[in-house]
Ligand binder design. Structure first.
Ligand code: SF4
Length: 373
C-alpha cells in the first residue's frame, strides 16, 4: 500500500486487550483488465496474543492476500480494500494508519516469512549483513550491536557456527538454512505477530519438521502470536490452536483445530481431510476433491463450492449460504447442511465422511488430532 491512509469514520470499537489481531469484514479486490477479482470476500477472524491461527485452503483461496492485506504490502491500485473493512492490530486500526507508522509496525511488531527463502534474501549481501541491516533499521542501534544481534539470531534459529555463517551469502547455504535465516531475520526485532506463508512448502520433509519445531520453540520462548498459512492439514494439526478454512475468497469453516479437523462440518473441509495421503492408503486410490477452484471471474451464483460438492441440492444453487453456527464457542460453517430442514442430509454427509475415513486417517507424525473420530 503506497498511499497515506486517513482515519475513517464509522470504525468499530477496538477489540479486547487479549486479542492481538482482529479482522472484520475484510474485502480485498483486484481491478484488472478483465474486471474485478474479489480475492478476499468479507472475512472476519481474530488471533489472541501468543496464540497460533492456521489459515488453510487450496491455491487461489485468498490466504496469502489476507496476510498481505494485514501487512499492507499490496499495491493500491490494482488492489482495493472494500468499504467497511477493518484490521485491528494491538489496539490500532491498521487500514487507517499513516504509511510512516505502518512502516514502523512492519518488521518491528509484525513480520512475515515467505515460502521461498531465496526471494526474501538479497543474493549480493551476506546473511549476517542482511539481518544486521534489519536490526539497525528497526531498533536504531549501532553497527556493532546490530552485528552481534544478527549472530545471536542465527544461533537462536539453530544455525551452527553462526559467526562463520553470518559471513556467507544465501547461495552458500542449504534451503533449510536459508529458511532459518529468514525466520531469524523476521524475529530479530521481537515482533508480536509472525505471519508464516507456507514456510515449509519449498523444503524437504525432514527439514520441514525441523523448521516447524523451530517455529514452535521460538513462539514459546518469545510469546509471539503466529499466523500460519498453509495447504497442509498435517502442519495445521501439529501447530495451531484455531483454524480458518478458506475457499474462493471466503471463510467456509472456522473453529478450534480439534473441532474442525476431527469433526468437520463443511463438505470442503471434509474433502480436504479425506484427501490426506496416508501410509495405510499406500497402493490404494487416493481421494481427491473433484473439479477445480472456480475462476474468480465466474464464481458459482450461490454456494461457491457447489459444483464440486457431493452433498449439494437445489438450495445450494439458488441461495448463497451464510456462516451458520455449527457448534459451541463460536464455531461456524458456510453450508446449508446446517439449516434446520437439512438435518437428515447433514447426518448423511457426516456418516459418509466417517465412512470415507475408514482407511488411513493419519499422516505419519502428524496427528492424533486428525480424523480419529
Ligand atoms: S451449501 Fe450445499 S453445495 Fe455448498 S457445501 Fe453445503 S451442501 Fe455443499
Amino acid at each position: 500500500m503506497t498511499e497515506t491512509a486517513t482515519v475513517r469514520p464509522g470504525l468499530g470499537a477496538p477489540p479486547p486487550d487479549d486479542v492481538l489481531v482482529e479482522v472484520r469484514n475484510l474485502r480485498t479486490y483486484f481491478k484488472v483488465m478483465d474486471g474485478t477479482v474479489p480475492a478476499v470476500d468479507d472475512i472476519s477472524f481474530s488471533l489472541g496474543r501468543g496464540q497460533t491461527l492456521g489459515i488453510v485452503g487450496e491455491s487461489g483461496s485468498g490466504k496469502s492476500v489476507t496476510a498481505l492485506t494485514i501487512m499492507r504490502l499490496l499495491d493500491i491500485p490494482p488492489a482495493e480494500i472494500g468499504a467497511g473493512s477493518e484490521i485491528w492490530f494491538d489496539g490500532k486500526e491498521v487500514l487507517s494508519m499513516p504509511e510512516k507508522e505502518m512502516r514502523h509496525l512492519r518488521g518491528n511488531e509484525m513480520a512475515m516469512i515467505f515460502q521461498e527463502p531465496l526471494t526474501s534474501l538479497n543474493p549480493v549481501f551476506t546473511v549476517g549483513d542482511q539481518i544486521a541491516e534489519q536490526v539497525k533499521l528497526h531498533m536504531k542501534v549501532k553497527d556493532r550491536e546490530a552485528r552481534d544481534r544478527a549472530i545471536e539470531m542465527l544461533r537462536l534459529v539453530g544455525i551452527p557456527s553462526p559467526e562463520r555463517r553470518a559471513k556467507q551469502y544465501p547461495h552458500e547455504l542449504s534451503g533449510g538454512m536459508r529458511q532459518r535465516v529468514v525466520i531469524g531475520m523476521a524475529l530479530s526485532c521481537e515482533p508480536k505477530l509472525l505471519i508464516a506463508d507456507e514456510p515449509t512448502t519449498a523444503l524437504d520433509v525432514t527439514v520441514q519438521a525441523q523448521i516447524l519445531e523451530l517455529l514452535k520453540a521460538i513462539q514459546q520462548r518469545t510469546g509471539a502470536a503466529l499466523m500460519l498459512i498453509t495447504h497442509d492439514l498435517g502442519v495445521v494439526a501439529e501447530m495451531v490452536d484455531n483454524v480458518v478454512v478458506m475457499y474462493a475468497g471466503q471463510i467456509v469453516e472456522q473453529g478450534t483445530v480439534e473441532e474442525v479437523l476431527v469433526e468437520p462440518r463443511m463438505p470442503y473441509t471434509m474433502g480436504l481431510i479425506e484427501s490426506i495421503p496416508t501410509v495405510e492408503k499406500r497402493g490404494g486410490r487416493l481421494s481427491a476433491i473433484q473439479g477445480v477452484v472456480p475462476s474468480p471471474f465466474h464464481l458459482p451464483p450461490a454456494c461457491r463450492f457447489e459444483p464440486r460438492c457431493p452433498y449439494r441440492w437445489e438450495t445450494c444453487r439458488e441461495v448463497a449460504p451464510e456462516l451458520y453456527p455449527s457448534g459451541p464457542s463460536g464455531r461456524v460453517a458456510r453450508c446449508h447442511l446446517h439449516l434446520a430442514e437439512a438435518t437428515a442430509r447433514r447426518d448423511a454427509a457426516i456418516a459418509q465422511h466417517q465412512q470415507n475415513l475408514t482407511m488411513g486417517r493419519r499422516l505419519s507424525g502428524a496427528p492424533d488430532r486428525i480424523g480419529n473420530a
